[in-house]
Design a binder for this molecule. Structure first.
Ligand code: C5P
Length: 229
């Protein structure tokens, strides 16, 4: 299991400071919408300058018509990131278009491509209003269509990881946000779990944001999590 730290602090400078502070660790860094809008491609470059071994997950959650998604994926491919994602609800055809375009352009150097199943901030009733389905059933369905489209894995909650691997493959990656060192701290996440739960559910990547960057000692928190991996 690998730790991916969400760089969700309020400015590019603060995110770079955090990356600097954690630079001795073997980590993935997640760059989300706000950080990317603030810092653009230069921010990605600066992160690799801090530590060339940092792996970058560009979390832009593409959702559009297939051709537009493939075009966007092609641009992301040029940025040299190690992983990016799309929404599974964009459909199997759109996801396949993304995979085919990136494979054609980058071959072996293609980044990992994941899809977002259900956001971990959804509870059952909020999810049902949009998808008219229980979360677990829809997540399995999304995972199967992502697998069939040729993606490398999915973003899901810890609670869904085992079932997803059962319906797809052991090697199909599960990446889970909503990880909390203590279950009592959940912020806006509804479906939270601990590092230990993630380990038991054979999760491949855990994403941790606020418990690390809002702490007074981010390095210590990250080191403690790494010890539990
Ligand atoms: O601060 P916290 O640990 O809750 O951060 C979780 C990160 O994972 C955030 O950057 C959020 O955008 C992202 N994320 C999520 N749920 C998903 C996909 C991404 O929380 N399904």
């Amino acid at each position: 299991m690998k730790l991916c730290v969400a760089l969700d602090r309020e400015t590019t400078e603060k995110n770079l400071q955090l990356a600097q502070e954690l630079s001795g660790l073997d980590l993935w860094l997640k760059v989300g919408l706000r950080s990317f809008l603030q810092g653009g491609q230069k921010f990605l470059y600066d992160l690799k300058q801090i530590n060339s071994h940092y792996k970058i997950f560009l979390d832009l959650k593409l959702y559009d018509i297939p051709n537009t998604m493939a075009d966007a994926a092609s641009e992301i491919g040029k940025m040299g990131v190690d992983m990016f994602n799309v929404h599974a609800s964009s459909g199997e055809y759109a996801m396949r278009s993304v995979v085919e375009r990136v494979e054609k352009e980058l071959g072996e150097k293609k980044p990992l491509i994941l899809s977002v199943t259900a956001l971990t901030s959804f509870d059952e009733s909020g999810f049902h209003k949009i998808y008219n389905s229980p979360i677990d059933a829809k997540v399995d369905e999304f995972a199967i269509s992502s697998f069939n489209a040729g993606l490398d894995g999915v973003v899901c909650s810890v609670h869904e990881s085992l079932s997803i691997k059962k319906y797809t493959a052991d090697s199909f990656i599960t990446l889970t946000p909503g990880i909390r060192p203590q279950k009592s701290q959940s912020d806006d996440q509804q479906r939270v779990a601990t590092v230990h739960d993630a380990h038991n559910s054979r999760v491949d990547f855990i994403v941790v944001g606020r418990p690390i960057y809002q702490s007074k000692k981010p390095l210590e928190v990250a080191q403690t999590i790494i010890k539990q991996l």
